[in-house]
Design a protein. Structure first.
Length: 259
C-alpha cells in the first residue's frame, strides 16, 4: 500500500477543516476566503408604496367595472324609494358578467370611461320593477336611475296619471307618489297622458317613482339594454344635511334593501 495520501477529486464535498489545523500530510491548512453571498436588493420605500397604490387602483377599477359600483342620488325623481343624499350600491353581476365596450381614455380616475357593455355570460334580463342605473340617452356622460315599467314587447300607456302595461293598470301605489292633483293634456305634455307605445327588442321603458317630477321615458324614449350599468340593491349611507345636526345623517336608512 503506497504511503502517499490520496486527495479527493474536485467534485467531492467535504467539511471545511477547523482554523489553524493541518492537512492529512501534517502541513498547515490553507483556507480560501469565503465567497461573498449575494444579498437581495431591497426596494425603496417609494417604490413599495407606488406598487401598492397601483395594485389597489387596479383592483378598485376591476371591482367597479365588473362587480359593484357606488352612486349618490342627486335628485328627487325616485322619491319615496330613494331620497336626495342616499348613497347606493349597484350590482354589475345581476344580469350577467359584462364586458365593457365603447370606451374612451381620460386623465382622471378611472382612466377609462366605458359607455356600453356586452354580456359574456348572461344570468337574466331586467324585469318590471327593477331599479336600474343607465347612461342617459341624451347625454351619456350622465348616469340616471329609474324603475323598469315596460320590458321588450310590452305596450305602455298613461291615462290621467294611471300607468297601463299591456292594457292592465299597474299597481304602483305602494312605491310611488303623485304630488300634483292636476292632470295635463297629453297634447301639451306627456307627463299624465302618454302613448300607447310598444317597447322594442333590446330596450326598456323606465319611470321615476316620483311620477310628477321625473324626467324619464315619457320624455326621451327607451333605454337600450347595452346602456344599463346595473341594478341598485342597497343603501349604504344616507346624508340629509338639513335640520338639526343630529338629523343630518339618516341612520335608519343604513343597509336598507332597495325594492
Amino acid at each position: 500500500m503506497s504511503g502517499d495520501t490520496k486527495r479527493p477529486s474536485s467534485d467531492d464535498l467535504r467539511p471545511a477543516a477547523p482554523q489553524g489545523g493541518t492537512d492529512a500530510a501534517g502541513a498547515p491548512a490553507v483556507f480560501n476566503a469565503p465567497s461573498a453571498v449575494a444579498q437581495p436588493v431591497r426596494k425603496s420605500l417609494v417604490r413599495e408604496y407606488a406598487e401598492a397604490i397601483i395594485v389597489a387602483m387596479l383592483l378598485a377599477f376591476a371591482i367597479r367595472v365588473f362587480v359593484v359600483q357606488a352612486f349618490k342620488i342627486p335628485s328627487g325623481s325616485m322619491i319615496p324609494t330613494l331620497l336626495i343624499g342616499d348613497h347606493i350600491l349597484v350590482s354589475k353581476l345581476t344580469y350577467g358578467i359584462q364586458w365593457p365596450s365603447q370606451c374612451k381614455f381620460s386623465v382622471s380616475f378611472p382612466p377609462i370611461n366605458c359607455y356600453a357593455s356586452q354580456a359574456l355570460i348572461e344570468f337574466g334580463k331586467p324585469q318590471r320593477g327593477d331599479i336600474i342605473v343607465f347612461r342617459f340617452p341624451e347625454d351619456e356622460e350622465k348616469d340616471f336611475i329609474k324603475r323598469v315599467v315596460g320590458t321588450p314587447g310590452d305596450t305602455v300607456q298613461l291615462r290621467n296619471k294611471a300607468v297601463l302595461v299591456n292594457g292592465v293598470v299597474l299597481d304602483d301605489k305602494s312605491f310611488t307618489q303623485r304630488i300634483d292633483p292636476g292632470v295635463i293634456d297629453g297634447a301639451i305634455n306627456p307627463r299624465d297622458n302618454f302613448g300607447p307605445v310598444t317597447v322594442p327588442d333590446g330596450s326598456y321603458f323606465v319611470m321615476g317613482d316620483n311620477r310628477d317630477q321625473s324626467l324619464d321615458s315619457r320624455f326621451w324614449g327607451f333605454v337600450r339594454e347595452e346602456k344599463i350599468r346595473g341594478k341598485a340593491f342597497r343603501i349604504y349611507w344616507s346624508w340629509s344635511g338639513q335640520g338639526q345636526m343630529t338629523e343630518w345623517v339618516r341612520w335608519e336608512r343604513f343597509g336598507k334593501a332597495i325594492q
